[in-house]
Design a binder for this molecule. Structure first.
Ligand code: WQD
Length: 317
């Protein structure tokens, strides 16, 4: 039986990954400073360590004490708008966090790493669907820090033995169970439910984009599918030498209007979404090419937009 340490394992995505790893028969150590995570989301059969990934000595001690095989590095700041206002915070936490983690792993001799990267590394790519070979040109400090993290992992793996997979998440949504919803209200689907709670109309940011219905198209991926991809990536790292980047999406796009229509179906009434001005910096269309992850990891998403919205709604209620 192997043991995996999850930085940020008490967060929205991490809590799902922790459960999926336990279900796969692995042992789990969650390391989380609870700046955004919730202690009660850590499963009872996982070990919890309440420190920041910036505490290199504490990470090294945890890796050694629990004889950790690999790390899934999810701990990071992730609000795009905030990153524009506070870039140094993002460089300190995300880039500094990666420096600290890689140092601790080198000291402890830990040889497997699965890294939470983001479709934000692509910026506004010239074509869609987006393959992993598309040039990266992030539009925000957040995206920059995620891309720098990928470079750091790659460089470290040249210098010493390290099997790694970077997962570029597209738009993560949904909940694996009603207690594990996304409580942050940063992203479209949680924002729609928050607006409905206030008795307000959900807003569609821009309806004059060059897309079929004029609203932006994204590749929404269910957090449970995403969690399964992490376990597959961990297994790949355990099996030998690997150094690769995978998009994690469904390969299918949904527009904001389609999201609104699906929310209306799920809640059983027209949510009355209204068109407003474009939000600055939103690319018209971001859809993953998922050929590489399907071919090399044998993973593909099985849940659809309705599953995401219905499970998010159940969690929100
Ligand atoms: C989705 C779509 C909006 C709110 C960001 C990051 C990405 C990742 C996920 C990670 C867009 C539209 C939104 C609203 C709307 N972050 N929208 N009304 O911007 O695709 O991606 O979050 O960790 O890296 O860039 O996600 O959920 O903000 O927006 O019309 O009230 O919904 O314009 O087209 P985005 P989002």
């Amino acid at each position: 039986m192997t043991t995996w340490l999850l930085t940020g394992g008490a967060g929205y995505i991490g809590a799902h990954v922790a459960r999926e790893l336990l279900a796969s028969g692995r042992q789990v150590v969650v390391l989380d400073d609870l700046s955004a995570g919730h202690r009660e989301r850590v499963p009872a059969d996982a070990t919890f360590i309440g420190v920041s990934v910036l505490d290199t000595a504490a990470v090294r001690d945890a890796l050694t004490r629990y004889d950790v095989t690999g790390v899934i590095h999810l701990a990071a700041k992730k609000a795009v708008g905030e990153s524009v206002e506070k870039p140094l915070l993002y460089y300190r936490e995300n880039v500094g966090g990666m420096v600290s983690l890689l140092q601790a792993m080198a000291d402890a001799g830990t040889r497997c790493l699965v890294y939470s990267s983001s479709a934000a590394v692509y910026g506004d790519p010239p074509w869609s669907p987006i393959s992993e070979d598309t040039p990266c040109a992030p539009l925000s400090p957040y995206g920059q820090t995620k891309l720098i993290g990928e470079w750091m992992v790659r460089d470290e793996a040249v210098a010493r033995p390290l099997s790694w997979v970077s997962l570029r998440y597209f738009n993560v949504a949904g909940a694996g169970s009603p207690d594990l919803g996304d409580s942050s209200a940063n992203n479209l689907i949680p924002l729609v439910f928050a607006a409905l709670d206030r008795g307000e109309a959900p807003r569609v940011f821009g309806t004059d984009y060059p897309t079929d219905d004029g609203s932006c198209v994204r590749d929404y991926i269910h957090v449970s599918d995403l969690s399964e991809a992490h376990v597959a990536a961990a297994a790949l790292c355990e099996s030998g030498e690997v150094a690769t980047v995978f998009n994690v999406g469904t390969g299918r796009g949904a527009s904001v209007w389609q999201v609104m229509a699906t929310v209306s179906e799920v809640v059983g009434r027209d949510v009355g979404a209204v068109a407003v001005e474009r939000r600055v910096g939103d690319p018209p269309e971001l859809v993953a090419s998922v050929d590489r992850i399907a071919g090399e990891l044998g993973w593909s998403a099985s849940r659809d937009l309705r599953d995401m919205i219905a499970s998010a709604y159940a969690a929100h209620r």
